[in-house]
Design a protein. Structure first.
Length: 97
């Protein structure tokens, strides 16, 4: 295993963690908003629009994480001869397609 991604953990800078947590906090707020909309009998299309926005936000977060994973863990794994990391990456990408 490589230095940045050891024992199935990823070491992130405090700035990276803060940015990812901020994104998750916004997504969490969106999901709470959807719950409130349901509880307040909001119009179906309005709720569906909020669900769509939440899905897009999660997709964006996944994209950021995937890009960072490729730049660090995958690149270092390949440099170190870890060919299994390519299979792991392709299987992960398949989940998003």
């Amino acid at each position: 295993m490589n230095e940045c991604c050891t024992q199935r953990k990823k070491h992130r800078s405090p700035e990276e963690v803060k940015a990812l947590v901020n994104r998750l906090n916004r997504i969490e707020g969106q999901v709470r908003g959807i719950k409130n909309m349901l509880e307040n009998d909001e119009y179906c299309v309005d709720i569906l629009n909020q669900i769509s926005a939440s899905q897009a936000a999660l997709g964006s977060l996944a994209s950021v994480l995937l890009e960072e994973h490729i730049r660090t863990c995958v690149a270092e794994g390949i440099k170190n001869g870890d060919t299994e990391i390519i299979s792991e990456l392709t299987n992960t990408i398949k989940k998003f397609i």
